[in-house]
Design a protein around this ligand. Structure first.
Ligand SMILES: Nc1nc2c(ncn2[C@@H]2O[C@H](COP(=O)(O)OP(=O)(O)OP(=O)(O)O)[C@@H](O)[C@H]2O)c(=O)[nH]1
Ligand SMILES: [Mg+2]
Length: 275
C-alpha cells in the first residue's frame, strides 16, 4: 500500500472533519492546506482512485495465518446495550445487510465452520456475538441491517458503535451482486461523523465473473472516493470455492489472509504475533 496516499487520505479525512466541525485550528500548522480545501482545490488532496493493492509479503502472510490458527472461542451473546461485556482487548466488528455473509466470513477467518451459525434465511444473527481470537483480539458478529426495522436493529448497534472505545475498525460487509445500498451509506455517514475507521469487504465473489466483480468493486470505490471520510482505502474480498473452477482456491486463500492481515494491522497486533 502506498503510504503517501494513505497519509494524504488521512490528512484529507481529518481536514474535512475539522471543516465540518468548524475546528480548522486543530490542523494548524497545515492551516493553509485546509484553506486550499475550502477554496475548491480539494482535488489535489483527494484520492482519484483507490491505490492498487500490493501483495502481502511472506512474513505478513505468515503472521496473519499464524494468529488465526491459534485457538478461537465464542465468548458471549448480547441483546441489550446495558449488558455489553467490559472486554479490554482490541475489538473488530462486522456489520452489513442481512444475508451478505458476515457470520460465514468469521468462520472462514478462523477456519472453523462451526464457530458461528449461518443460514440462507436473512435475519439469522439476532444478537451481538463476541469471539476471542488467540486471547489477543475480540471479533464481533452483528445482526444484519435491512431486515429488521431501524428500532429493532438500531438501538443496540448504534449504542455499541457510539460507545465502544475498544472498537478499532468496523468492517462493512457488502454483497457485490447487490452493490452498495442506502443502509450501507447511512452507516458510513454515522461512522464519518463519529469518527470511526471502517473498511469494506465484498463477499460472495464466486457469484460473479471476474469482470462483473471488478465492475461492482469499482462502482463502490467510486462512491467511497466521492463520499466517504473515514474509510480505509482498500476494499477486501472473499468468496467460496466454485466447484467448476479449480483455480480459484489460491485466490480465495489469499483473500482471507488479506482480511486477517487487515485485522492484525487495525488492532495493532502485528508485533505481538511476529515472535
Ligand atoms: N456463494 C456464496 N455464498 C455465501 C458466501 N458467504 C456466505 N454465503 C451464504 O450466504 C448465506 C448467508 O450467510 P450468513 O453468513 O449467515 O449471512 P449473515 O450476513 O451473517 O446474515 P444475517 O445473520 O442474517 O445478518 C448463507 O447461505 C451462506 O452460505 C460466499 O462467499 N459465497
Ligand atoms: Mg449472521
Amino acid at each position: 500500500m502506498n503510504i503517501s496516499i494513505i497519509a494524504r487520505r488521512s490528512f484529507y479525512s481529518c481536514a474535512r472533519l475539522c471543516i465540518r466541525e468548524k475546528k480548522e485550528s486543530i490542523v494548524h500548522p497545515t492551516k493553509h492546506l485546509v484553506q486550499d480545501l475550502q477554496q475548491k482545490k480539494r482535488d489535489s488532496y483527494r484520492l482519484t482512485s483507490f491505490p492498487e493493492s500490493t501483495p502481502l509479503t511472506p512474513t505478513e502472510s505468515r503472521m496473519a495465518t499464524k494468529l488465526f490458527a491459534k485457538p478461537t472461542r465464542f465468548l458471549t451473546s448480547v441483546f441489550d446495550s446495558d449488558k455489553l461485556p467490559p472486554y479490554q482487548k482490541p475489538e473488530i466488528a462486522f456489520v452489513g445487510r442481512s444475508n451478505v455473509g458476515k457470520s460465514t466470513l468469521i468462520n472462514r477467518l478462523t477456519n472453523n465452520s462451526k464457530l458461528v451459525k449461518t443460514s440462507s434465511k436473512p435475519g439469522h444473527t439476532k444478537s451481538l456475538n463476541f469471539f476471542d481470537i488467540a486471547g489477543q483480539i475480540t471479533l464481533v458478529d452483528m445482526p444484519g441491517y435491512g431486515f429488521r426495522s431501524q428500532e429493532a436493529w438500531g438501538d443496540l448497534i448504534l449504542y455499541y458503535l457510539r460507545n465502544r472505545t475498544q472498537l478499532k475498525r468496523l468492517f462493512i460487509v457488502i454483497d457485490p451482486v447487490a452493490g452498495i445500498k442506502e443502509t450501507d451509506k447511512q452507516i458510513m455517514q454515522i461512522l464519518d461523523q463519529q469518527p470511526l475507521s471502517y473498511q469494506v469487504i465484498l463477499t460472495k465473489r464466486d457469484r460473479l465473473s471476474e469482470e462483473a466483480f471488478q465492475k461492482s468493486k469499482s462502482t463502490i470505490e467510486q462512491y467511497l472516493v466521492e463520499n466517504a471520510i473515514c474509510c480505509y482505502p482498500e476494499i477486501l474480498a472473499t468468496g467460496k470455492r466454485r466447484k467448476s473452477k479449480k483455480d480459484n482456491l489460491e485466490q480465495l486463500t489469499q483473500d482471507i489472509t488479506r482480511v486477517q492481515w487487515a485485522i492484525l494491522t487495525a488492532t495493532g497486533s502485528t508485533s505481538s504475533t511476529s515472535q
